[in-house]
Design a binder for this molecule. Structure first.
Ligand code: 5RP
Length: 222
């Protein structure tokens, strides 16, 4: 199977998992990225049944709207029944690295606002130890150099993601050469640097369910 076929398979499995939430009139949180896009496209079949969605990026909001699916502001939506999103890495505790698509802050907000976080990914994303994928940090532009220096003190190699401005008007620093042994602690430490909006570790609020696409079928981890 190709990577896209694996992504589509996990998106389909996620649809089965959210059907009851849709039927119950819950608001569905929608992630960002190529795997989330498969989920959005499959969700189009339910557009007349869904009470509403909250998107974690302008790109996902546009895709949802192009299918005729209602997109709400989180401030008007209350608690989300379920949030479905991809990841760049997951460990076996369902702690994640996210933000490859620069949407990490809104993704973290949507996950925090959700009763359940279902992560969808192909099997290449499952790792024993987080950090081979460079860890994204969203930073207020004037703090870029300060945050970079602090990251170096912590042992990381910060690289400014050229030409990228987030939906919130900020910049992204990707941290290379930074293997993460205690994700919750690292998430807190990085978030305490002045100028950091948030970092791409989802350990304080990990996924509740990981649907992993493998050639032998979709595996569910909890
Ligand atoms: C975007 C993200 C994505 O979920 C992550 O980058 C995975 O993307 P893809 O499904 O395209 O592999 O965190 O900010």
């Amino acid at each position: 199977m190709t990577q896209d076929e694996l992504k589509r398979a996990v998106a389909q499995a996620a649809i089965s998992k959210v059907e009851s939430a849709i039927a119950d009139g819950e608001i569905i949180g929608i992630g960002t990225g190529s795997t989330a896009n498969f989920f959005i496209d499959l969700l189009a079949d339910y557009k007349n049944d869904i009470r509403g969605t909250v998107a974690s990026s302008e790109a996902s909001a546009e895709r949802l709207k192009s299918h005729g699916i209602e997109v709400l502001e989180l401030n008007n939506a209350g608690t989300l029944g379920v949030y479905v999103d991809g990841a760049d890495e997951s460990n076996h505790h369902l702690e994640l690295i996210k933000g490859g698509g620069a949407a990490l802050t809104r993704e973290k907000i949507a996950a925090a606002a959700s009763k359940e976080f279902i992560c969808i990914a192909d099997e290449s994303k499952l790792v024993d130890r987080l950090g081979a994928f460079p860890l994204p940090i969203e930073v207020i532009p004037m703090a870029r150099s300060l945050v970079g220096r602090e990251v170096v003190k912590l042992g990381g190699n910060p690289v400014y993601r050229e030409g990228v401005v987030t939906d919130n008007g900020n910049v992204i620093i990707d941290v290379y050469d930074f293997m993460i042994d205690v994700p919750r602690k690292t998430e807190e430490t990085l978030n305490n640097i002045p100028g950091v909006v948030t970092n791409g570790l989802f350990a304080l609020r990990p996924a509740d369910v990981l649907l992993l696409g493998t050639p032998d079928g979709v595996k569910e981890m909890t």
